[in-house]
Design a protein around this ligand. Structure first.
Ligand SMILES: NC(=O)C1=CN([C@@H]2O[C@H](COP(=O)(O)OP(=O)(O)OC[C@H]3O[C@@H](n4cnc5c(N)ncnc54)[C@H](OP(=O)(O)O)[C@@H]3O)[C@@H](O)[C@H]2O)[C@H](O)CC1
Ligand code: K
Length: 496
C-alpha cells in the first residue's frame, strides 16, 4: 500500500473533486460516513461522544460525524476550541448541525467524563502548520489524561504527517482513522503512542490518480508474483531448493548459528551447512542433524575461508565476535564470494569499525542492522525521519539492501525505495529473534533471486511467525524457538 505525502493527498483530493466530479462538501460527507460506520460497528450508543472540532476541514469532518451519530441516538457534545468561523465546508456543516438541535455545543470540555465515553479529535488533520500552543495545548494535555476511548480523525492533532513533530503536545489516540492512504509519520516508532492502532478508510479518491502518484514509501503486501516465485515445482531436487551456509557464533556462542540454521531449514532450504570450529561440531550435529558441517581450522573463533563455490547464499555475522581472523574472513568473503551475502549483527559492527570494507560490499548484499548497529554505520540521528534519510543515502551509495529492524521494520532498496513491514509485535524483541530472520532470508533467496523482494518477504514472514506465536502463547511467553515452529503456518498463510 502506497504512502503519500500531504501535498499528493491534497492533489488527489482536488483531482477527485474535479473529475468524478463531486462537490467538496459531499466528499466530506462520504469520508465522514466511513468514520461513522467504523465507530458504530465498535461502540454502541450507550457511549457518550465528545467531538473536539477545529475550524478547518478536519473540524468539518468532526461536525459531520457528530450529526450522523446524533441521528443514530448517540448522546453527542461538540467543543469548538477555535471558534465558529472556519473553512467553507466547516461553516456549512456547523449550520447543518445546528438544525438538528440534539447536539450540545459546549464552551469547554467538562472536568470529568465517564470512562464510557468516546473523544473524537477533529482539531487538526493534514493542515497542521505549526506546533500547538496556548489554550489548545492545555486542552490536548487535559484530554490525554482522560480514560476514555480516543479516536483521531485522519491524524492525531499535533502530529506532522511528513516530518518529525517538534513538540510533544499531540493528541494520544487509541485509534487513528485515516483517509485513503497511510502517512509516513505512522511508520515511526516515536509516534506510536499518539497514533494507537491506525486504520485506513477508503473514501474513494480517484484510484488511477493515486496509482500514478510516485512515492518512495509503501507498506508491504505480498503479491501474486512473489507467491508464484516462492512455489516450488513438485519434482524439486534438493539443489533447486537452494544451498545456504551459516557462518555465525564461535566457541560457547553457537546458539545464534543454530537458531539461524533451524529457521532456514524450516523455511524450505534444500541444503543447510554450518561453519563450525572443531570444538562445536557435536553441538551442531546434535541440534540440527540435517546440517552439513564445514569445519573451520580455528579452535575457538571462525576465520577459515572454505570452499563456498556451491553455496547460493551465506549468512555471516550473528554472535561471530570481532577477532582479527574473523575480520579477514569477512574481507575475503566480500572480495571473492560470488553468491548472495547476508550480513547481520557483529558483521555490521566490523564494517562500521573497518570502513574501507564498505567499499567492497557486493551489489545487492543484504544487511540487517537494528538501530544501534545502524547508527554505528551512519552516525547518530535523533528521530526516525532522520534515520529514514540516512537509510536511503546509505543504500543508494553502497547499492545494497538494508533491513532496519524495529516496529515497522524498514526495508530499503539500492534505488532508495523503502517498504515498511506491517507484521510483528513487541514479543519478538528477544535475543535470538534476529538470527531467525537471517535464516529465513537465506532460505527464500534461492527461490526469489532478488535481494529487495527477498528481504521484504522474509521480514514479513518473520513478523507473521511472531504474530502467530503471540496469538498462541502471548507476548511474554513466546520465544524464538516457538517462532521457528510457527514458520510453517506463516508460509501457509501467505500461500492461501
Ligand atoms: N484528504 C482528503 O481526501 C480529505 C480530507 N478531508 C479532511 O480535511 C483535512 C484537512 O483539512 P484542512 O482544512 O486543510 O486542514 P486542518 O483541518 O487540519 O486545519 C487547518 C487550519 O488549522 C490552522 N492551523 C494549523 N496549525 C495550527 C496550529 N498549530 N495552531 C492553530 N491553528 C493551526 C490552519 O491555519 P494556517 O495559518 O496554517 O492556515 C488552518 O486554518 C484532512 O485532515 C481531513 O480530515 C476531507 O474532509 C475529506 C477529504
Ligand atoms: K485530528
Amino acid at each position: 500500500m502506497k504512502i503519500l505525502n500531504i501535498q499528493q493527498i491534497r492533489e488527489a483530493d482536488q483531482y477527485t473533486i474535479e473529475n468524478e466530479p463531486i462537490k467538496s462538501i459531499d466528499l466530506m460527507e462520504r469520508a465522514s460516513y466511513e468514520l461513522f460506520t467504523w465507530i458504530t460497528e465498535r461502540f454502541n450508543n450507550d457511549f457518550s461522544v465528545y467531538v473536539l472540532a477545529g475550524s478547518g476541514n478536519n473540524g468539518g469532518d468532526g461536525l459531520v460525524v457528530a450529526r450522523l451519530l446524533s441521528e443514530s441516538d448517540y448522546k453527542v457534545q461538540v467543543i469548538l476550541p477555535l471558534g465558529k468561523n472556519g473553512s467553507d465546508d466547516f461553516e456549512e456543516n456547523l449550520k447543518r448541525l445546528k438544525k438538528i438541535n440534539t447536539v450540545l455545543i459546549l464552551e469547554e470540555l467538562p472536568e470529568q467524563i465517564s470512562e464510557k465515553s468516546i473523544i473524537i479529535d477533529a482539531i487538526f488533520g493534514s493542515g497542521l502548520s505549526r506546533p500547538i500552543e496556548g489554550r489548545l495545548a492545555d486542552l490536548i494535555k487535559k484530554v490525554n489524561n482522560f480514560e476514555a476511548n480516543k479516536i483521531a480523525i485522519d491524524m492525531p492533532s499535533g502530529l506532522f504527517a511528513d516530518k518529525a513533530s517538534p513538540s510533544e503536545i499531540i493528541f494520544k489516540a487509541d485509534y487513528t482513522l485515516s483517509f485513503q492512504v497511510p502517512k509516513l509519520a505512522f511508520m515511526m516508532a516515536e509516534n506510536q503512542e499518539y497514533i494507537g492502532e491506525f486504520e485506513i478508510l477508503d473514501i474513494k479518491l480517484d484510484k488511477e490518480y493515486i496509482n500514478n502518484c510516485l512515492s518512495d514509501y509503501s507498506i508491504y503486501e505480498v503479491d501474486s508474483v512473489i507467491k508464484n516465485r516462492l512455489k516450488l515445482k513438485s519434482i524439486a531436487h534438493k539443489g533447486n531448493r537452494g544451498r545456504a551456509t551459516i557462518i555465525a557464533g564461535g566457541y560457547a556462542r553457537m546458539g545464534a548459528a543454530i537458531l539461524a540454521a533451524r529457521a532456514c531449514l524450516h523455511s524450505g532450504i534444500g541444503l543447510i551447512s554450518v561453519q563450525t570450529c572443531p570444538h562445536c561440531i557435536d553441538i551442531v550435529q546434535n541440534q540440527i542433524p540435517e546440517a552439513l558441517i564445514l569445519t573451520d581450522e580455528n579452535e575457538y573463533v571462525l576465520g577459515s575461508y572454505l570452499d563456498y563455490s556451491k553455496q547460493d547464499v551465506i549468512v555471516f555475522g550473528p554472535a561471530i565476535g570481532f577477532a582479527h581472523k574473523t575480520l579477514v574472513l569477512l574481507e575475503n568473503l566480500l572480495k571473492d564470494y560470488q553468491g548472495q551475502l547476508i550480513l547481520d549483527a557483529d558483521a555490521i559492527t566490523l564494517l562500521a569499525e573497518n570502513r574501507e570494507l564498505l567499499n567492497l560490499l557486493p551489489e545487492g548484499t543484504i544487511l540487517t542492522p537494528h538501530h544501534g548497529e545502524f547508527k554505528r554505520l551512519v552516525g547518530k540521528y535523533s528521530n526516525n525521519f532522520e534515520a529514514i534519510m540516512q537509510l536511503k543515502s546509505f543504500c543508494m551509495h553502497h547499492k545494497v539492501v538494508v533491513v532496519l529492524k524495529g516496529k515497522f521494520s524498514a526495508v530499503c532498496n539500492a534505488d532508495g525505495k523503502i517498504s515498511f513491514n506491517p507484521t510483528g509485535n513487541a514479543g519478538m524483541a528477544k535475543g535470538g529473534s534476529g538470527d531467525l530472520l537471517c535464516g529465513i532470508l537465506a532460505a527464500i533467496y534461492p527461490r526469489i533471486k532478488n535481494s529487495y523482494e527477498t528481504a521484504k518477504l522474509a521480514v514479513y514472514l518473520h513478523g507473521l511467525s511472531g504474530d502467530i506465536s503471540k496469538e498462541e502463547k502471548g507476548e511474554n511467553f513466546m520465544t524464538p524457538s516457538i517462532m521457528i515452529e510457527k514458520l510453517q503456518s506463516a508460509f501457509k498463510k501467505i500461500e492461501n
